[in-house]
Design a protein around this ligand. Structure first.
Ligand code: NAD
Length: 510
């Protein structure tokens, strides 16, 4: 079923949009040094609604210079954790108090359903709150060698952190990097995704109101090849935290190598949801529908491959397809919309190409076309392919849209081979009521994160990250603070100096 939003028959325009989107450097909104801009489209009409400043190397240089000064001379890295924490809690308060506005802008710019964009705005506030709490709870190790030595960890911020983020849930993903990078006392240069720069333009004001010193937070908009590339190659930026496609991650690895930078890579996924015959099928169907169609399917941890044990396969496919057909596709600003518009026409074309490929590779059981009643914009019906072979492109490649591949299996060994038979390893969802199988399977599946009989419910203290082509390094909880800090080991002798003497005089040797 597709449905037109009842309250909007026209293209929805939020009021009070900025006349243009600028960079934010040293507490000032500024245009690009060479004056260049790029078009920003809204995904319902695919018309340009604003121009954004297109940052180049010179703009990145300017931002890094300001951030370096704020790091070397400013208060922020030298504040007590409690003082930084207070400011970050104020950031969380402000974000929370503006959640409706944030969701409106995010939904308009990215095509995410408004109800889900609201959830992401609150998650962004929670990310700040979490790291504000963590930084005051941070303890560091001290090691005692009785009577001889004490060795302790001296933790300190590293410098200017370069943060590069994608267009899916942009504001929330920016907060996931900004929170720990700032909590740890670094200064930052953020390069948001060029498809969705609108919500990021709110950060400057939020930080100013919260009392973050000028120059600590800086933002440069622009294309990946220009602004992103310049940030990666800037010798004054020792850290890059990147979230995006695996192929972009590979390129950034290479480009950062000559500078020996610290890298955190959150990359693509093609995560399996494995449903055994003994599972609670009602719960598994609800969870797997949500797991692949929420956030328009533009979700790194989407369960985009569903592996189903043969005895329940036909029933599962039939019920899943029927429910997928009922998922409400609608205008992003309609509160009842479940799948909105894909972010950009280029991405829409990519997803539609995969749907056409899928039709040649497998059995289409739901969707497979543009949503009816939407002549313009990037509206795709939730699409379900069954009997998908493991060598099919729609099984192997990340589509990043509302498209799912369902494949049968006969036993645990085959299920594991199928689950692990792709280059990615971000998340896995396992549905079974057999305790031993649940744990054995979880521990064998090649995935950075596993949810057992559960949807993707995050606990911010746990490690977040992928294996294989899905990433390198783990963030989450103290791991994020580890990435954004330097840990120096300081060793102190307490007793007699442990010091073998080379070059002893002959008198000493006797
Ligand atoms: P993308 O790789 O195209 O772009 C991500 C960011 O990198 C953008 O800001 C872009 O401008 C920048 N960029 C592009 N080329 C660059 C270069 N040469 N140097 C420096 N920066 C460059 O990704 P996308 O299409 O925006 O996002 C979707 C991808 O992100 C999917 O693959 C998805 O799985 C992944 N993702 C992963 C996670 C995770 O936590 N693992 C979370 C969300 C999204």
């Amino acid at each position: 079923m597709t449905e037109r939003a009842a309250n909007t028959s026209e293209r929805h325009f939020p009021t009070g949009l900025p006349p243009r989107i600028q960079h934010y450097i040293g507490g000032q909104l500024v245009d690009s040094i060479d004056g260049s801009t790029f078009d920003v489209l809204d995904p319902v009409s695919n018309e340009t609604y604003v121009q954004a400043a297109a940052g180049k190397k010179a703009d990145i240089d300017a931002a890094v210079e300001v951030a370096t000064r704020a790091f070397q001379e400013g208060l922020w890295p030298r504040m007590l954790p409690r003082e930084r924490s207070r400011i970050l809690h104020r950031v969380a308060d402000i974000v929370e108090s503006r959640d409706a506005r944030l969701a409106e802008l995010e939904s308009f710019d990215s095509g995410l359903p408004i109800a889900q964009a609201l959830g992401q705005a609150r998650r962004a506030a929670e990310n700040f709150r979490f790291f504000a709490d963590l930084i005051v709870a941070q303890t560091d190790d001290t090691y005692k060698v009785p009577g001889r030595q004490i060795n302790y960890v001296n933790r300190s911020p590293i410098g200017v952190a370069g943060l590069i983020t994608p267009w899916n849930t942009p504001f929330m993903l920016e907060s996931w990097k900004l929170g720990p990078a700032l909590a740890a006392g670094n200064t930052v240069v953020l390069k948001p995704a060029e498809f969705t720069p609108l919500s990021a333009s709110l950060w400057g004001e939020v930080f100013e109101e919260a009392g973050l010193p000028n120059g600590v937070f800086n933002l440069v908009n622009g294309l990946g090849d220009d602004a992103g590339d310049a940030l990666v190659k800037h010798p004054g930026v020792p850290l890059i935290s990147f979230t995006g496609e695996s192929s972009t991650g590979q390129l950034i690895f290479g480009n950062a190598a000559p500078f020996l930078k610290g890298l955190s890579m959150e990359l693509g996924g093609k995560s399996p949801a494995v449903v055994f015959a003994d599972a609670d099928i009602d719960a598994a169907i609800d969870a797997t529908i949500f797991g692949v169609f929420s956030l328009n399917g533009e979700r790194c941890t989407a369960g985009s491959r569903i592996l189903v044990e043969r005895p329940i396969y036909d029933e599962f496919v039939e019920r899943f397809a029927a429910q997928a057909e009922r998922v409400r596709v609608g205008y992003p600003d309609n509160p009842s919309t479940e799948v909105g518009a894909l972010v950009h026409p280029e991405h829409y074309d990519k997803v539609m190409r995969y749907i056409e490929i899928g039709k040649t590779e497998a059995r289409l059981v739901a969707g497979g076309r543009r949503a009816e009643g939407f002549e313009t914009g990037n509206f795709v019906m939730p699409t379900v392919f069954a009997d998908v072979k493991p060598d099919a492109r729609i099984f192997q490649e990340e589509i990043f849209g509302p498209v799912v591949a369902i494949t049968p299996f006969d036993d645990d060994i085959e299920a594991l081979e199928l689950a692990n038979g792709v280059r990615y390893g971000l998340a896995a969802y396992i549905w079974t009521n057999d305790l031993k199988r649940a744990h054995n399977f979880s521990q064998s599946v090649e995935a950075g994160m596993v949810w057992l009989n559960s949807n993707n419910v995050r606990d911010l203290r746990t490690p977040f990250g992928g294996v294989k082509a899905s990433g390198l390094g783990h963030e989450g909880g103290y791991r994020s603070l580890d990435f954004y800090t330097q840990q120096q080991a300081v060793h102190i002798t307490l007793g007699k100096v442990h010091n073998p003497t080379f070059g002893k005089s002959s008198a000493e040797q006797r």
